[in-house]
Design a protein around this ligand. Structure first.
Ligand SMILES: Cc1cc2nc3c(=O)[nH]c(=O)nc-3n(C[C@H](O)[C@H](O)[C@H](O)COP(=O)(O)OP(=O)(O)OC[C@H]3O[C@@H](n4cnc5c(N)ncnc54)[C@H](O)[C@@H]3O)c2cc1C
Length: 565
């Protein structure tokens, strides 16, 4: 195992944090010197945080208020946002930014920027479009300065679960089984509370801006341990992932379109007549993505073009250095040539069901950042709200742990009322996701998700992937040894994909980032969040109704806390 810097014996931990993005490091820093905490991570950083370009949202500008920020957040969430969570996250945004500054992050001076969906300018940047890199660098420096123990090159395999003892059948998480890639050894780390901060599941799609670490390991481990997941069907596709054949795809921020760049189809024609705020090229991400997907299908191509030539070279250099560097590295000068782009999986709204403090439905387990699902984003995320969520919910989780001496009480679980019925393997055309080794299987899964569970979906395509995933799962059920490395990641990806497809198939409407061509309307019946957990022999689903005003509350009878249903 990599060197455990610092003084703590990992077997004596109060809190084990898994993941070293903004969410995980915020939790660890909040506990430094107060509780015995250690961080394990596949890589130091290595997640989406260091790639974030657009910025972090906070109502710090003249005339702006946290209440207005909360309203914009709930509008973007398309009826499924949790009002309480939106209010607390936006109210604590300025404090979260000040904390990041205290850890050493330097934000650009001048007025905040305005981004799509925000009623006013409230997005803070650092080093132009390198906001995430600046935050990540600052947090890592602060962790080092405080001598916090960090194990890198170490992957979560499973959560360790024991009977909770208080209520029949309830369980609690008592640490994690991790794999040291360098030493090729599995080790059990016990802790009173394990905090998942492993990021999202964007790698399930062939075209994604999410780094390779985003294979959904945390979600899959939480699911196997008995936690409930929510809102998995909502995945935000960014219109302008750059189609240079790289994985992950570099991102062309929509601020480029705000600065005058235009979308064209592959034949060079403008995609939209208009380029005004909220319309045409600058409409919400899901609208632009679908418009691009339609034109690509009409022309039989797999890309559109971003024409950034209207932007002055000095502005490209000053405000978009990351974009410029990515283009030049791929041999394209955006000052003179059009850049190939296509809709790209960018942010996963679904995750482990939590409250605004990161409490999951299992005792001893918290989830913060993109791996969690606090209800902030509902069916669609407002730009620049995810760094904010990591910073606020991460700090709240640390505060809750301090208050309770390192113990995480669970949030209420949702009653599961329906067993998921998946199409039987072989009923449909065989979409083989097996054979050829982990790399080939990962690629096959990602292509299938991109094709059938992408910007738009329909029942037939979802059933096709669902059947193939069920077949792949039944053939790997005989494995009892803990899986590690690439094989573990593929199995985690399949498990999260299977749950995602089940919820996408069940939601017979179009809302936010979930667009069903066979159910194009939004339905009041579906103004409810879906929750999923493993049940005997498969998966089961429950629903969380959304109260007027957008808050979510348990719609159905609430199961015993931490019940693994
Ligand atoms: C290109 C891009 C641009 C973005 N721009 C913005 C933006 O401008 N503003 C905004 O608000 N949001 C943006 N986002 C989204 C935002 O960056 C993420 O939602 C946020 O950074 C997630 O932080 P996190 O700490 O939850 O996870 P991450 O930063 O993804 O960190 C996850 C951590 O978990 C580790 N890990 C993963 N699996 C395991 C495992 N099995 N075992 C151990 N460790 C593991 C990883 O190594 C990593 O350290 C962007 C995302 C991308 C991809």
């Amino acid at each position: 195992m990599s060197e455990l810097a610092g003084q703590h014996n990992p077997d004596d931990l109060d809190v084990l944090v898994v993941g070293s993005g903004i969410a995980g490091l915020t939790v660890a820093l909040g506990l430094a010197g107060r509780l015995r905490v250690a961080v394990v991570s596949k890589e130091m950083g290595g997640g989406s945080t260091e790639l974030a370009q657009g910025g972090i949202a906070a109502a710090v500008g003249a005339g702006d208020t946290a209440a207005a920020h909360a309203v914009d957040t709930l509008v973007a969430a398309a009826g499924l946002g949790d009002t309480g969570v939106a209010e607390l996250v936006t109210a604590q945004a300025a404090e979260a930014v000040a904390r990041l500054v205290g850890f050493g992050a330097r934000f650009d001076t001048g007025a905040p920027a305005r981004e799509g969906g925000h009623g006013v300018a409230r997005v803070l940047h650092a080093r132009g479009d390198a906001t995430g890199a600046e935050i990540s660098h600052a947090l890592m420096g602060a962790v080092k300065d405080r001598g916090l123990p960090v194990l890198t090159g170490t992957s979560l395999i499973e959560l360790l679960v024991e009977p909770a003892g208080r209520t029949e059948g309830t369980r609690r998480v008592v640490g994690a089984l991790v794999y040291d890639g360098a030493l090729k050894k599995v080790r059990a780390l016990r802790a009173r509370t394990t905090v998942l901060a492993t990021g999202g599941y964007g790698q399930l799609w062939a075209g994604t801006t999410s780094p390779v670490t985003c294979s959904g390991d945390g979600l899959a481990a939480a699911l196997r341990a008995g936690a409930q997941l929510a809102d998995l069907e909502f995945v935000q596709f960014h219109p302008t992932g750059m189609a240079f054949g790289l994985d992950p795809r570099p991102l062309a921020s929509e601020a480029l379109r705000g600065a005058g760049a235009r979308l064209r189809d592959s034949a060079g024609r403008y995609l939209h007549e208009h380029n005004g705020p909220g319309e045409g090229d600058l409409a919400p991400r899901d609208v632009v993505s679908r418009s691009m997907a339609r034109r690509m299908a009409e022309l039989g191509t797999d890309y559109c073009l971003l024409d950034a030539t209207p932007i002055e070279p000095e502005e490209l250099q000053g405000h978009f250095p990351t974009f410029l560097r990515s283009c030049l590295a791929a041999g394209t000068d955006p000052g003179t040539a059009h850049v190939p782009v296509s809709p790209t999986a960018h942010y996963t709204m679904g995750g482990v069901l939590t409250d605004g403090d990161g409490r999951t439905t299992l005792e001893g387990l918290m989830a913060v950042g993109e791996v969690g699902c606090s209800g902030l984003h509902g069916a669609n995320r407002l730009a620049s709200n995810s760094l904010l969520e990591g910073a606020v919910v991460g700090a709240r989780a640390a505060a809750a742990l301090l208050e309770d001496d390192g113990r995480a009480a669970p949030r209420p679980a949702v009653a599961l009322v329906e067993v998921v019925s998946e199409p039987a393997p072989g009923e449909l055309i065989d979409l083989s996701l097996q054979g050829g080794g982990p790399a080939a299987e990962r690629a096959a899964l990602r292509e299938a998700m991109q094709t059938y569970v992408g910007v738009s979906r329909n029942g037939a395509g979802l059933e096709l992937v669902g059947a193939a995933l069920a077949a792949a799962a039944s053939s790997s059920e005989a494995d009892h040894e803990p899986l590690v490395g690439a094989r573990a990641e593929v199995e985690n990806m399949r498990q999260v994909a299977r749950a995602t497809v089940a919820l996408a198939l069940r939601r017979c409407e179009s809302r936010g980032a979930h667009w069903r061509t066979d159910h194009p309307g939004t339905s009041e019946r579906w103004r409810t969040r879906q929750v999923l957990a493993l049940s005997a022999g498969g998966m089961a689903v429950g629903e969380l109704a959304v109260a007027d005003g957008g808050a979510t509350e348990p719609a159905l009878s609430v199961a015993p806390a931490a019940g693994a249903q």
